[in-house]
Design a protein around this ligand. Structure first.
Ligand SMILES: [Zn+2]
Length: 491
């Protein structure tokens, strides 16, 4: 379990029909489904971070009506009941899409996507076409993306997202129906569309797991590290274990493998000092300098540093308590409070972000974490190293060495990989499955949606301490478009 190859199946217009049976079977037989989207842009950051949640909703709706979903990642997790507890079969799909209506493309978003391997040639030549808003003739016949979305709804399984509000608004507008005008109507609709519940792993990481940072890659790697520790105990404690399909030769031609090595283990082996981590990236998973930043954006190093800091803090606290004559073993109220990196910056001056957005700079925390750099390329080193050829060069300093090492470990595909949405969906599902696995009494026969009751139907709201609840309140009715459509879904 220390290293794994994660297969992501690339779905596009010329193989969509062929892959349809496998894709819909994976959806139907799943225990839960994790989803992620890549978007052509989000519009004004200021509006997206408005104080009033209703205003935020309106801004996201405006973005969803004028922008489009470029790719959709679906990760189907199926619990294998004949295996050890918390063993899942995972099938991951990355669908390249093409909105057939005019839509706004934001240069910054596109630039970022291109830098991270998004292939716009492929999108325009092989994207699966779709129309936004309400169904038009033929939209729900087989082999359309809207029909696929209905399959996701029909399976009535929990839907897992990371920072999911934006995804949900875009999914609704692009593949379901015209968005309702009010947030209350939207959440009422959602509660009927996903009766098994929606889980937001960003909300869960901040308010359940209380991790230091909550951007997707950080949380995923943190969970993976914790899970590896549990797995090394040899079964005395339950741990998450994943299986992937063995694909046929033909299917393999559509599969991209993402190699995930336990980099922290590799780092330990290498001697020399680690490069300094970028404080911005460390806190938000994003930094304005992007790939040009001279500091490290390596999430494994960042997590290691956070763990070291936690340890130092813990020791200091112990000493302090001892001085005060208090028992160091006694539970401490503060102990449980995580040093939220984000809160320090966001909470005292939430206006700051809006100001920055006004000045044309992106907000502190990228909305929807669009700018998260999956694998930091080592800027001083040639981009591609042969596998296994790690520290052969005469590096002038530890930094280059480590960077080179990391570069050789993170596979070439991580740079050229065009399946960000697919892999992001996989990571999102992993976090959820891990969280379920560490719950007390998460027995084999317990439904996953019952394992995390405190996170059920709660969506993360940036800069707010309360989540957005997906409920049908007594004051809000469902939308007309939804009421008509949902009849069709269940028929
Ligand atoms: Zn940086």
């Amino acid at each position: 379990m220390s290293s794994m190859s994660v297969p992501v199946i690339d779905v596009q217009n010329n193989n969509f029909k062929e892959l349809w049976p496998a894709l819909t079977l994976a959806i139907k037989t799943s225990t839960f489904i994790a989803v992620d989207t890549e978007l052509s842009g989000l519009g004004s950051r200021k509006a997206l971070l408005a104080q009033s949640v209703e205003d935020r909703y309106k801004a996201i709706c405006q973005a969803a009506r004028t922008r489009s979903v470029l790719s959709l990642g679906i990760a189907c997790y199926k619990k294998l009941s004949d295996k050890a507890p918390h063993t899942y079969l995972v099938q991951i799909y990355n669908l390249t899409l093409l909105c057939m209506e005019d839509y706004v493309i934001e240069p910054q978003s596109v630039q970022f996507l291109v830098q991270h391997g998004f292939d716009f040639n492929k999108q325009y030549s092989q994207g699966i076409p779709y129309h936004k808003g309400n169904d038009k003739g033929g939209d729900l016949q087989n082999h359309t993306i809207r029909a696929l979305f209905l399959e996701v709804i029909r399976t009535r399984k929990p839907l897992i997202l990371h920072n999911g509000l934006i995804d949900l608004v875009f999914l609704y507008q692009c593949f379901y129906a015209h968005l309702p005008e009010h947030l209350g109507t939207f959440t009422a609709d959602l509660s009927e569309i996903f009766p098994a519940g929606v889980f937001d792993t960003k909300y869960a990481s901040e308010f359940e797991m209380r991790f230091t940072a909550s951007y997707l890659e950080y949380v995923y790697k943190k969970c993976k590290r914790e899970n590896c520790k549990l797995a090394s105990l040899g079964g005395s404690k339950p741990y998450l274990s994943l299986e992937f399909c063995s694909y046929t030769e033909r299917q393999l031609s559509y599969v991209d493998f993402r190699h995930c090595t336990e980099e922290h283990e590799e780092n330990k082996k290498g001697e020399g000092a680690s490069p300094a981590v970028c404080p911005r990236f460390s806190a938000y998973g994003w930094c304005p300098s992007g790939v040009a930043c001279s500091l490290s954006h390596n999430t494994d190093l960042i997590i290691e540093e956070d763990e070291k800091n936690m340890e130092v803090r813990r020791k200091k606290k112990k000493k302090k308590w001892k001085r005060k004559g208090t028992c160091s073993e006694c539970p401490d109220v503060l102990e449980g409070a995580p040093p939220f990196k984000q809160v320090c910056v966001l909470d005292p001056e939430p206006v700051n972000e809006a100001k920055q957005a006004e000045n044309g700079q992106p907000g502190e925390e990228p909305m929807k974490e669009q700018n998260v750099n999956m694998e930091e390329p080592a800027e001083e080193e040639p981009p591609h190293e042969a596998e296994g050829q790690t520290v052969s060069k005469t590096s002038h300093e530890g930094k280059a060495k480590t960077a080179e090492k990391i570069q050789s470990i993170t596979n070439k595909q991580s740079e050229s990989g065009t399946h960000r949405a697919g892999f992001d969906a996989f990571m999102t599902g992993y976090i959820f499955a891990y969280m379920v696995s560490i719950q007390e009494g998460a027995e084999l026969d317990t439904k996953v949606e019952d394992c995390l009751p405190d996170c059920l139907n709660k969506l993360y709201l940036s800069g707010k301490s309360v989540p957005l609840q997906i409920v049908k309140s007594t004051y809000s009715n469902s939308s007309k478009a939804h009421t008509q459509k949902i009849k069709l879904v269940w028929s």
